[in-house]
Design a protein around this ligand. Sequence first.
Ligand code: 8HG
Length: 292
Amino acid sequence: MSSYSKIEISGPDIIIKDIQNFELRDIFDCGQAFRWNKTESGSYIGVAFGRVLEVRKRENDVIFYDCSMEEFNNTWIEYFDLERDYSKIIEELSVDETLKMACDFGKGMRLLQQEPFELTISFIISANNQIPRIKRSIERISERWGRKIYYKGNEYYAFPTVDELREAGIEELEQCGVGFRAKYIYETIQRVLSDKDILNRIKSLDDDGCHKELMEFKGIGPKVADCIMLFSMQKYSAFPVDVWVKRAMQHFYVAPDVTLPKIRKYGREKFGELGGFAQQYLFYYARENNIL
Ligand code: 8HG
């Protein structure tokens, strides 16, 4: 069962009617995506899969501005995970009191299906970093090497393809504010250039295989691998443990002196195939409420 009643065309726009569990703020501020920004009028504009999209929630509808049916069907249905029934996920997770609270807080969240190469580079940048800085670095990389796209007279930049990054050197990457991570990004670019299908192959593995292979890249540890596989490879047992998830788990479930790998194992065992969803509701709840 999908989570909307119907789709309408309105001039150049597409409107999803009566959508459930879909709030742009929850989707874009829950930590999974770095390229969406709120406009003064309350819509969000972002760049994904080489396209600029402006999207707005109006009462129970979602408006996709300037979007053909073809683009909607080929790109945004999957990207926004529109065919998944989130009320069922929330119901299953809510047997746990903590998750009930976290789901209630972030009930409009959806796990986006993002592009694997972009996400790999983005989450290498995320290691020991803060979200505003991560966003700025990704923006600078896109401005420097990505394709320019115009929307309403403004310039936006697609995240560069691996071929567009062929000439990017370590020093130039450093100039984008990524610090010590420049060499990891550089090496990842070289590896994907020499084996273009590598991320698709990794995506086709099972969850544990995927996690293991991603960690073969320098600059990708267990946490970053979990984020990449969860946000771009549909591996929903992934349970990324960063400082916020660690605090939430220690606050609600495990002893304060438990190690990160143990928290990850506990989370995966407790939530199984819904681990990634549970983690995302927890991350968002913990970060927005600054839990200690
Ligand atoms: O969605 C996320 N989940 C987890 N567990 N960690 C994340 C997400 N998004 C995100 O940016 N991070 C990391 O958390 C990156 C950075 O190390 C820190 C920012 O709070």
